[in-house]
Every structure is written in structure tokens, then in C-alpha cells.
Design a protein around this ligand. Sequence first.
Ligand code: V55
Ligand code: FE
Length: 482
Amino acid sequence: MASAFAPPGHLEATLFDCEVVGSMPADLHGAFVRVGGQWFYPPKFGDDAPLNSDGYVSAFRFRGARVNYIGRWIRTPRFKANLAAGRQLYGYYRNAYTDDPTVRDPAHPNRRTVSNTAPIAHAGKLFSLKEDGLPIQLDPLTLDTLTPWDFGGQWKSETFTAHPKIDPASGEMVAYGYEATGPASDDLFVYVVAKDGTIASERRLKVPYVSMIHDMALTQKHILFPFGGYVTSAEWLRDGHIHWGWDKSKPSFIGVLPRDGDAKDVRWFKGPERCLMHTFNARSEGNKVVLEAPFWDSNFFPFFPNVDGSPWNPRGARAFIRRLTFDLNSNDEVWHEEILFPTPVVDLGRIDTRFMSLPTRYGFTSYFDAKLPLHDALRSVMGPRANAYGRFDLAVGTIQSYAAPPGCLLQECCFVPRRADAPEGDGYLLGVASNHIERRSELLVLDANRLEEGTIARVILPFVSDAQVHGIWVPEKELALL
Ligand code: V55
Ligand code: FE
């Protein structure tokens, strides 16, 4: 996520009528909004996580075949404090004890969020998100930073999530905060935010052990909370460690909470050592729940140390697309797990979000295609990086793919339906390539049904814009864009 060849001067930019190569479809009306992180000042500790870099938001806005681009730093309270001091005041990822004494405030860890993980648009508002703090509201037109958002005081968790889910039928947003009552607390608060942006319900759960609950999944009947392996404690934080360690002896867990149930109705299903990060989608089928997700075998992040002192093992950091089935009739509290593709993938998987919580057939994600030449720019300690986008047919197990040109590193992709009523997967796939040969970024526009035919159009930026963890498509009618 941190740029290998960042533009000078901490660039912010507005570009009108960007250079377009190819033939841009005229039916894209909306914005592709991305959030990621870059170090504005270098990290205080050389072994810190890139997940601790400063939030940056950018958007490609489409109208007809014309495209504008905006990129902005997110003015979190932390960003402003650093800028005023002219240096990095903040220490390790999610450990306020390691901050400069002038800003150190362990009682209010969410005031140090970098908000660098994902955008979400709901109830006419646009936010940037990170799981250690509240959403930060952004102006959808200028991408200016507005304010941390606590839903009019109704959001009681100290934290939010980077991955709330919006039910396409009801328009409600299901969201949560873990470590809800402070660092290393075992509280998980779950909220339903109504279509109008007001909080409709709150449930307060306890987790089996404190771990990173990075993503969730939603079905028409259930809410799923996967986690595993990462551990922390109040003592570990006071001792000045980066927030997470990896404990391979810990089981993975997936909480299954009925959408209409109470906190006490949650069932914690237990599995083997796994790193459960991002999900594709889930569905309820009678008394079964099915979850499809590109889960990792073990510790994916080299900067979160194994607590047994062993070195990080790249072989465990492989994500396979899996189908997990939960039988709610059984009392076993274990799931059945099946690997759907032998190809390891990057776990930043996307679906056609019009079908979130409903049965879906396609998952889209990037991966490293070993048949393509490996350019040096795509090597990393975490292995070769993404040079292909795949449309993974989860029903029959086939992959259609787009092969990026040599030296192009692919960011997370995003699916855009061709029309509001198009069938699932009929539309475009957008994704930004960091072109390490031309030293610039390019937005790729592909036909999601014909990835192997290559780009329909490309938007050429004259600089690098690779601050992206996650991105979303916001249809023009959803926000008053431009
Ligand atoms: C992730 C990303 C984060 C984070 C925790 O990709 C997990 C997973 C960019 O920040 O804080
Ligand atoms: Fe994520």
C-alpha cells in the first residue's frame, strides 16, 4: 500500500478531463472512490506496519466518457497534529503508549486513527474508515475532510469497522466495532444503521478472545464475524509492542449472529489456525449458512510478530478462495471448509454488491499469475504481487482473467454494473495499475464478462496514485457528485 515511488511534495491534485486511451464507455455515471495510506512523515519506528500510514482518499469521477481525478490527504486530528509539529508524533500501529508525550492519550486511542482503509457511502454521506476509530466524513464533491462521525451520538463503540455491509434490499447498513470499550477489550458492539442513517439497533457481544475482526459477512438472516490468530492484551500494549502478535495455537472463530436475534443468540463456530481477513459474500440456505472468502492459512502480515518468536513464514501467507458451510442444526460448532481454486489469490476480493447478502456466483480479485513474466517491481517480502485480475466463477470453479502488462502492479479491483437491472456480473471491472515502467498510475476499465480481451479504456495519470487499500463505486444518483 505504501508507494514505492511516491510523487514528490506529498501531492494533492485535481485533474479535469484526464487523458483517456481507448474508448471509455458512456454509461459510467458515478465515482470510483479509493482510500489507502501513505507516509506523510516517515514512521517513528522502522519496523512499524504500513497499515499505520496516513489516510489518503482519491476519486475518479465519470460523466459520459469524461473522467476527472481528485486526490487528497485525509485531515484526521492526527494528521493535523503532525503537520503542526512538522514531524511524526505517533508511534506503533494501534499503540498509543508509543506516541510522543505531547500527544500521548492511551485513554482515547480512536483519536489517533489514520482512517486509511476503505471508503463507504451511506445515507447520502461519504466516509473514510479504519477499524481503530470512528468514520471520518468527507465532502463527496471536494473530498475535503469534514469530521469524525458518531451517528449523532448514537454510536457507542470507540471503534468502527473498515467493512460494514449494506443490504441492497433494505438499504440498511450493518456495522460493528471490536475492542469497543478500549484497547484489548473483549467487547464487540453490533449496529444496524437504517437507510436514513439513524441507528436502528445495538447489540453488545463478548468475543471468545480479543483478535482482529477485520471484515464481516451478511446474509438475509445472519451476520458473520470471522477472526483468528492475532492476539493482544493491555499488558502487551503497555509494554510498547505493535498492536498484534500472532499465536498459532489459537483457534479461528466465526460468530454467527441472527439478524433478528439478541447478543446471547450468537454462536461461535471454531476452526483450525487460520488468518480470516476479507470475505466475498455469504448466504443463508434453510438451516445452513454458506460463506465464500479468500482466507489465509496463517499470519499474513510480516510486521505482526509470531508470539512464539519464530520468524514469519511466507508459506502460511497464502490465501485460497474457500467455501465455508455452517450447519445450524448441528451442535458441533465447527464448519465444513472446501478450497474452490488451487490458485492462491490476493485476499482483496470483490463481488457485485447489488447482491450482497444474497446468493452470488462471481468473485473478482487480483492474483499473481506465475505464467506471466515477473518484473522486479512486483517482487516483495510477501511474495510476487498482483499482475492479473480474475473473475472467479464460484459455482463451476473456472477463472477468466486479465493479464497486466509487465511492470504493472494491480490494486484492488471494483465491479460496476452495466445498468441497475443488469444480471449479476454484467458490467465493468475498474482497477488502478501502478505502472512501474512509465512511473505513473493508470485506471483500467475492463468488461467484467470479457477480462481476457484486455482494457476497453485506460485513464492515464501523469503521476503515481497508489494509495489504495479498498475502493468503492458510488453511483452518481447516490451522492450529489459534480
Ligand atoms: C487491514 C488493513 C488495515 C488494518 C487492518 O487489510 C487490517 C487488512 C489498512 O489498514 O488496519
Ligand atoms: Fe480490508
